[in-house]
Design a protein around this ligand. Structure first.
Ligand SMILES: CC(=O)SCCNC(=O)CCNC(=O)[C@H](O)C(C)(C)COP(=O)(O)OP(=O)(O)OC[C@H]1O[C@@H](n2cnc3c(N)ncnc32)[C@H](O)[C@@H]1OP(=O)(O)O
Length: 205
């Protein structure tokens, strides 16, 4: 890959750009945003709108959505796929990803994150800075594991779920789709009903 298209130009995009530049020195990064708040990000120009697939060659170009909102990231990742772009998986070089783990396309793994043996990460996920995804965890698509969250062994997380910063999920626990776990929370039982949960142990807000 010589070119990386990044959709989104907010705070999370800065982190993805830094990681991509560290992972692929010399990569040309092209940033697009539908409503940019500035004209540059980390010194790179921001183009307004979406990239035109006619202008890019999949042999040299990949694309990723760098937006923290799970629903928006899911929708735009689907748009990239439908438009024929090749999705990138961006992994910061200081992250540890077990050779037996798998990560689907369009996902981002930030600095110092750990993804241990046989863990499976779906498409368009964010495994954020210093998050720990222990052995045999399964995370469905478009989910965000926030900074320093810890998923103990064999935890299952649904799609479009957010596991808040510095929260802990007990081993073997399952959390369904469309759930938000508050920062610093502890989950010790399965959560099946969509909603927001916080505290130690969590209660539905
Ligand atoms: C790089 C990055 O920045 S990645 C992003 C990382 N960000 C996070 O991890 C943040 C995750 N979000 C949170 O923790 C939020 O507080 C949420 C989603 C749990 C709740 O947000 P809101 O719906 O706005 O709730 P609000 O702030 O109004 O609080 C409602 C109640 O829940 C309590 N509450 C909120 N968050 C938490 C929490 N994390 N733990 C315990 N209690 C909480 C509040 O004290 C309040 O209680 P009260 O009604 O008794 O006063």
């Amino acid at each position: 890959m010589q070119k990386l298209i990044v959709l989104g130009a907010g705070g999370h995009a800065s982190v993805v750009i830094d990681a991509a530049q560290a992972a692929w020195p010399g990569v040309e990064i092209l940033v697009f945003d539908e409503a940019p708040k500035t004209d540059r990000i980390l010194g790179l120009p921001i183009s307004q709108g979406r990239p035109d697939p006619e202008n890019f060659d999949n042999a040299t170009t990949q694309a990723i959505v760098a937006i923290g909102n799970n629903q928006v990231r899911a929708t735009l990742t689907q748009w990239l796929e439908n438009a024929g772009f090749k999705l990138a998986t961006v992994i910061h070089p200081t992250a540890w990803v077990s050779p037996s783990a798998s990560i689907e396309q369009g996902s981002f793994v930030s600095a110092r994150a750990v993804i241990n043996a046989r863990a499976k990460i779906g498409a368009a996920c964010i495994i954020n800075t210093a998050a720990v995804v222990e052995h045999d965890c399964m995370i469905k698509k478009s989910t965000h594991i926030c900074p320093s969250a810890t998923l103990a062994g064999a935890v299952k997380i649904g799609s479009q779920t957010t596991v808040g910063a510095n929260s802990t999920i007990r081993e073997l626990v399952s959390i369904a789709d469309n759930i938000t776990i508050g920062a610093g929370s502890v989950v010790i039982r399965n959560i099946t009903e969509a909603g927001t949960y916080a505290g130690c142990p969590v209660k539905q807000l």
